[in-house]
Design a protein around this ligand. Structure first.
Ligand code: GDP
Length: 345
């Protein structure tokens, strides 16, 4: 008999003695079983073709049961207090009867081979809560790949009955844009008294925000927090009004004293109510679905072309003409596409 191997019992990885059927994954997710939800998400992150095929079936079957949540993006620079905020705000959501899921996006992990969201144990209290599900960032792959996995995780979590999905990202680089394009509400966390240069840097991101929470507005910081809030309110006034009619609000918060968390909750509820009433809630989600379809299409087309072994020689020649300055990169791309399409017909 083979020696006992505890790995065979592991729940998060598909290394069990037998792979589950699509049915088992689907039923498990729909019944809210967190172990199976974890396994299903792991399946969507797998690069093995047979896993991907199975994951597609599972996600497809869960789709009609998804969508019933408020998707909240939370972003801010490292140290702004994201995990502490989510820990406290998450507790408040649980007290109000919600089931919450926290997903992280860390598009930097590939480049730096390490996560800027940190390896520290985050949100320790939340991880012990039965109605909270916390999932670290999928690692590796292109930002588009990470985004696809997170979108699939959102669908699976919603199908499992989670009605508040918090998608967290570090406010550097591409993270915010990716998160913004998959959530209903985009909450920007800002430090009190951050320098002007930082505010300048954040302008584009501020424009995406549906709400700004000034973190750490507790003792010692309250004066600076009030000044920062006034500054941000003034800055927000300068943006042209959005067509959905929502005006981002600035709220002073402290994850330590709990200050402002109620207000953030009300802000989210009001947002949801008014956006559903004027139709922008659905409109935004539909727009996001089309956006991701097109993004993924570009990725697929690009990968198909670049992975095609038969056209490697042709690609090499084209590339040499581009580097030699006799062909523009744009002409070259068009030629490669043309060549690939001809190849298939
Ligand atoms: P993250 O990198 O954005 O996730 O930030 P963390 O949540 O890890 O917080 C960074 C630091 O700020 C930690 O030392 C926290 O204890 C501290 N911190 C977070 N929120 C608050 C707050 O509301 N008040 C105070 N005084 N400190 C806070």
């Amino acid at each position: 008999m083979a020696p006992f191997n505890p790995r065979l019992l592991s729940d998060g990885l598909n290394r069990g003695p037998r792979r589950k059927s699509a049915e088992e994954y689907i039923n498990g997710v729909l019944s809210g079983n967190r172990v199976i939800l974890s396994q299903a998400i792991t399946l969507t992150e797998s690069t093995r073709p047979e896993d991907q095929e199975l994951a597609s079936q599972v996600v497809h079957a869960c789709l009609p049961h998804a969508g019933n949540s408020l998707r909240i993006g939370i972003t801010g620079i490292p140290g702004v207090g994201k995990s502490t905020f989510i820990e406290s705000f998450g507790q408040l959501l649980l007290e109000r009867g919600h089931k919450i899921s926290v997903l992280a996006i860390d598009p930097s992990s590939e480049r730096s081979k390490g996560s800027i969201l940190g390896d520290k144990t985050r949100m320790e209290a939340l991880t012990r809560e039965e109605n909270a599900y916390i999932r670290p960032s999928p690692s590796g792959g292109s930002p588009g790949g990470v985004a696809r996995k997170t979108r699939e995780s959102i669908i699976l979590c919603e199908a499992a009955g989670f009605d508040r999905i918090l998608v967290e990202t570090v406010g550097v680089g591409q993270g915010e844009t990716i998160v913004h394009s998959m959530v209903d509400f985009f909450l920007l966390l800002m430090l009190p008294g951050a320098g002007d240069e930082l505010q300048g840097m954040k302008r584009g991101i501020m424009e995406m925000a549906d709400g700004i929470a000034i973190t750490k507005s507790d003792s010692g910081n309250d004066k600076r927090a009030k000044i920062a809030a006034a500054d941000y309110r003034r800055a927000l006034e300068l943006f042209p009004p959005a067509d959905h009619g929502w005006k981002a609000e600035v709220i002073l918060t402290s994850a330590v004293t709990g200050m402002g968390l109620d207000e953030v909750y009300s802000l989210l509820e009001n947002f949801q109510e008014s956006m559903k009433e004027n139709g922008f809630f659905e409109k935004r989600r539909k727009g996001q679905a089309v956006y991701w379809m097109n993004e993924y299409l570009s990725e697929l087309v690009r990968n198909r072309i670049l992975e095609n072994r038969d056209s490697r020689q042709y690609r090499q020649e084209i590339q040499e003409r581009v580097t030699g300055g006799t062909l523009s990169p744009f002409e070259a791309a068009a030629m490669l596409l043309e060549h690939a399409l001809k190849d298939r017909s």
